[in-house]
Structure formats: C-alpha cells, structure tokens
Design a protein around this ligand. Structure first.
Ligand code: 6PG
Length: 261
C-alpha cells in the first residue's frame, strides 16, 4: 500500500504483463459490480498506453467480462470526429468494441465532432447524471463508475485535467472543456472533472514506458504539498475503494525510489 489516498502499486516486468494483471483485476471488479447492482459501469481513457489492454480484453477476456451488462463511458475525448486517429473513441472502437459480439456494452461516447464543445460537455454531463445517478443537481454525492481506467501524461495530467488548469478547481460540474492543452494533440478536449473521477468506486492507472519515470517520481512523492495550482492531477485521484497503479518496470524504478511512496 502506498500513500495516504489508499493507493496500491504493482510493478510488472513488461507492459503486456501489466495489461494482463489489470485485465484479471477487471474480471473480478466487474463480477463484483454485477453481483451488487446487475450492471458494470466502466469509464475508459485514451492515449497510446491502453491499446494493448483493450486488444487483450477483446480477445482472451471477451468471455470473462460481462460486456452485455456494461455501460461504457469515456474519461475524456478530443474535439475531433470519431474516425480521426486522435479520437479516444476511435481507439476503443478499433481495439475493443468492433471485436465484441452483440450484445456489446452500451456505449456513452463523448461526441468530439460536435461544436461548440461546451454544448457537448453539457450533453454528456446530462447523460452521466441520468444514467449513473438519476439526474441529481450539483457535484456527485455517491459512487459514479464502478471502475475508471486512467493514464498519466508526461506532465502529470490525467483524463484531460492538466496541471494548473482552472478546470481543476471545478467543484460542481461533471464535465469541463479544456480549450488549449499544451501537449499533443493540441486540440480542445472534453473531460470528466476531478470530483467525478474521485467518485468512482475504484480508479486504475496503467502507466508504461521510461518516458513516464520522471513524472511518476513526482506523482508518488506526494505533491499534495502546496497550492492546487502546483499539484499534479494524477496525484489527486483517490476513491472509496482505492486506486490501483499498474506499471511496467520501465516506468517504475524512479517511482518506487520515491521516499513517501
Ligand atoms: C488522452 C487521455 C490521457 C492519457 C494520458 C496518457 O485523451 O490523452 O485520456 O489522459 O491517458 O495522456 O497517454 P499515453 O498513454 O498516450 O501516454
């Protein structure tokens, strides 16, 4: 167990093995969710890292996850059409959804092609509120997703919540628009807010590659010190049933060496 946000850390020799251990964990968490409520609410992320995980889920884990009883959401999306290479939906569609037999999950896509982005963020927020919680007003007051899958950018962002962005202070909305991310792809993003991420029952990070080592060191060194503006969004994630971190050894050594981890 690491840190005071109820984090657990598992370092695997390779990205493939990290994906496999994560997939096994998802099998267990989805079964727990079905037993509890008859459905599995899962939010997924984009970026490059989870592509192999999604492929694994579509192949070897196809029969192990209750896809037909799954409500699938997105942690964030880029303001591009769903066929665009930069689209998070495109990644999930190509690697996972297109490979699943019917009935697949009920997919709640952020429609990145819609303009203005704020109108789409509003629409997605209304969908989240209605599907997850019976449309309450204000910030989430109870569990939203059974599981949210997250990644970490080289600057410490997660979903599309970037360090120092005003959107990090959002306390009531469920979605935000990030108009000018400073990392590629530099297109407007729509993202879940930190209160919604933190209202997940369980958050799982998959982080691989030596380019993530330096930022993970900072994440695990607990940047809770200092002002909100100085904090790393990925270090702010804590949920009722904890946060599981799956790293490959390329990403991990510097994180493991961190004093307070
Ligand atoms: C996005 C993601 C984002 C991602 C990290 C890591 O839309 O970009 O949802 O938060 O998880 O940037 O991305 P990589 O896996 O590409 O490093």
């Amino acid at each position: 167990m690491v840190g005071r946000l109820n984090w657990s850390l598992e370092v695997l020799p390779s990205a493939a093995e990290a994906s496999r251990v994560l997939a096994d964990r998802l099998v267990q968490l989805s079964a727990d969710a079905i037993a509890r409520s008859g459905r599995f609410t899962l939010a997924v992320s984009g970026g490059r890292t989870p592509a192999d995980l999604y492929t694994l889920l579509a192949r070897e884990y196809q029969q192990k996850i209750p896809w037909g009883a799954t409500e699938l959401f997105f942690a964030d999306e880029r303001a591009v059409p769903p066929q665009d290479d930069r689209s998070n939906f495109a990644l999930v569609q190509r690697t996972l959804l297109s490979k699943l037999p019917a009935p697949g999950p009920r997919v709640h896509r952020i429609e990145g092609e819609r303009s203005p982005a704020q109108a789409e963020a509003d629409r997605y927020e209304a969908d989240l509120r209605a599907t997850l919680r019976g449309a309450p007003a204000g910030p989430p007051t109870d569990v939203t997703f059974d599981v949210i899958l997250l990644g970490v950018g080289s600057d410490g962002h997660t979903a599309s919540l970037f360090p120092g962005a005003p959107s990090l202070e959002e306390a009531s909305r469920w979605t935000i628009v990030e108009p000018s991310p400073h990392l590629d792809p530099k297109v407007t993003r729509i993202s879940l807010t930190m209160p919604v991420i933190r209202s997940s029952r369980k958050a799982i990070f998959l982080v691989c590659g030596d380019d993530k080592g330096p930022i993970l060191k900072q994440v695990f060194e607990d940047p809770a010190r200092g002002t909100l503006a100085a904090r790393l969004p990925s270090a702010m994630v804590g949920t009722s049933e904890g946060v599981d971190w799956y790293l490959d050894s390329a990403a991990a050594p510097r994180a493991e060496a961190a004093p307070s981890a």
